[in-house]
Design a protein around this ligand. Structure first.
Ligand SMILES: [Zn+2]
Length: 260
């Protein structure tokens, strides 16, 4: 067995297998958005709070389950490469499994925190998302996945990270310009919240995402989600650069991914 493998329980199929050293945030996100390739792939790390090029990986998944993530990742990579500041982007039926796979991995990552419960809605959601990715259920309902595209002046789109609010039944995951919200406990939402969330729900058959110009709280995003976004931008996002360099780069070129 190579150093890149060890035996253990795969966190998706729950079988005892050889495990791969798997990325929590998809590998392409680092190269395409988070890492400063001119500085040896460095970024400001969530885990270490300083610049590093150590991507977050864990021996969590078997080869077969890694491939389950991979199919949806390839189409997400293509979609995100086409994002611009103003044009809507079409997505197909692989965005939902991609969003679920990112949410599930981020949730596992959040479970490292001692404050996370060993049972309850978060654990139920983890089971639902696993079963959906394994093809044992056709939909992740009653959990839902919501997507937002961000290409902003502050260059937050060059980030990745995750934050969970158990009080609001929400997990936010960012992978570059794609912000994914996973609702794991709908009982905490008001009927007005549900109306707002319905606008950003990821359609299992495909649909269109429009870049968000501003977060319109109360009409397009709920106040709970806005609060989580603020925490994420302040504390839970690994970033490519400091602001000064980001501004210099922004002036130098357009935000169209295909030019990067
Ligand atoms: Zn597996």
């Amino acid at each position: 067995m190579s150093q890149q493998e060890q035996i253990g329980l795969c966190r998706l199929c729950m079988q005892k297998r050889e495990l791969r050293n798997s990325h929590i945030f998809p590998k392409f996100i680092y190269k395409d958005f988070v890492s400063d390739l001119n500085a040896g792939g460095q970024f400001v790390s969530l885990e270490e709070g300083r610049k590093t090029n150590k991507q977050i990986k864990r021996f969590w998944y078997c080869e077969e389950c890694e491939q389950r993530f991979g199919n949806a990742e390839n189409s997400a990579k293509k979609m995100l490469a086409a994002v611009t500041r103003s044009e809507p982007v079409w997505y197909g039926n692989r965005l939902l499994p991609f969003c679920v796979s990112v949410t599930l991995r981020c949730l596992e990552y959040e479970f490292r925190k001692k404050s996370f419960p060993k049972r309850g809605p978060l654990c139920d959601a983890r089971r639902t998302w696993r079963e959906y990715l394994l093809g044992r259920r056709s939909s992740p309902a009653p959990r839902s996945q919501h997507a937002f595209l961000i290409v902003d002046d502050k260059e937050m789109y060059k980030g990745a990270g995750t934050v969970t609010s158990q009080d609001e039944g929400l997990i936010l995951c960012q992978v570059g310009p794609l912000y994914i919200a996973g609702i794991f406990d709908k009982r905490l939402l008001t009927s007005n919240d549900i109306r707002i969330w319905d606008q950003s729900r990821v359609d299992p058959n495909g649909g269109t995402l429009r870049p968000v110009r501003e977060w319109r709280v109360g009409t397009e995003v709920t106040s709970d989600f806005a609060r989580l976004l603020a925490i994420h931008e302040r504390e839970a996002c690994m970033r490519v650069l400091d602001q000064t360099r980001a501004n210099t780069r922004r002036k130098a070129r357009s935000p169209n991914r295909s030019s990067m």
